[in-house]
Design a protein around this ligand. Sequence first.
Ligand SMILES: Cc1ncc(COP(=O)(O)O)c(C=O)c1O
Length: 430
Amino acid sequence: MKDSVILSDITVEKGVFSDNHHILEANCSCALSPDIGLERPMSDKRKFSTNAVHAGTKHIEGAVNTPIFQSSTYQLTDERYAGWAAGAQHTLLYARLSSVNSAAVVEKICALEGAEDGELFASGMAAISTTLMGLLSQGDHIVSSSDVYGGTYGLMTEELPRFGISTSMADMQDPASYEAAIQENTKMLYIETITNPVIKICDIEAMAKIAKKHDLLLVIDNTFASPWGCQPIAMGADLVIHSTTKYLGGHSDIVGGAVVGRADLIAEMFIKKVHFGGSPDPHNCYLLERGIRTLAARMPIHCSNAAEMAKRLEAHDLVELVHHPSLESHRDYELAKRIVPKGTGMIAFTVKGGDAAALKFMRGLEVIFEATSLGGVESLIECPFNSSHMFIPEDVRIAAGLGPGFVRISVGIEDIEDLWSDISNALASI
Ligand SMILES: Cc1ncc(COP(=O)(O)O)c(C=O)c1O
């Protein structure tokens, strides 16, 4: 059966996807007065931070930023009917499909990740569930790992089996274990650049070789690294997922998701997004674009603060097992130089004295905020056992390295001396 897109009361057959961005530009130009310069010319040679600021931004009416187009639907013109008939991706018709603000962000993330195309979602989990349920069918099999984000783990173990999609859990740090878990019906290898919350680094290049050898899709959640820290497509990934709630948004004020990568897969994903409905609204996209514009300025501070904090934590009497790839003691110290050479803003460690001591430590903090999530300008701390990983069985949690006293910090961009005096005072209060 052919895919179709259902909008309001009209059904349109999915057509050929050609140069999507040109469809968008044609439509934007005809929807607005023709003398408006929507985009300034982009060059492939521009560097990351220039793209973070400028790529994709729509200078409508000469605006420096893409204005918020808070409209659910758009006037139907001949060009838009034509875009609809051609498959509708990136055609301004209805905001569940695309909006001026989502188009700007997609182009920006694609420029940063080196991707052909992308789609935005209402949350990271909407991006992940649409990818897995959209690209896989009954009888298909995934190789993944119990180290993946808790929501992803739940989706793979509790929801997908109801639709006949099975998952084998292998070790993300051991590409050979992924290869050994491949079955005849395997369609996808699913990994994370940096695992949450144990901060393990995955050898994306080795995984890409395995995926290629067995003709499988390689899907990577790059949330913890951000495109500033790692660009998995250049290492062989087919699709890259982000919870844009985190570093891309960067200010803990939105929930969102993105999938970027091969244009043919994204064209399929577009139809699934339309059917499943997990699209972001224009205001969300506007805030996301604003966040991404400062990504290259924020990330070096997150990473240098985290590296300094890791060094000091490792030397502290009340702390053991600090997980940060800048430390020579980290098991992925060498691998990190290849996969995430600029580091990460995420740290995990164990407070001596178990969960009770860890909770007391967290309650003693005054600058670092006790909350789940990560990637915002402010430092956040959580114990995975009673928050992000609460619903993961205890034995699975402990096997994944989340023993008693385990805490995770998303290191913000505050002054490192303020962060450190906060931590040392709170540790002293245990
Ligand atoms: C690595 C990772 N992927 C995906 C998600 C899900 O993202 P969201 O909360 O935006 O749905 C999270 C959330 O914490 C995450 O940490």
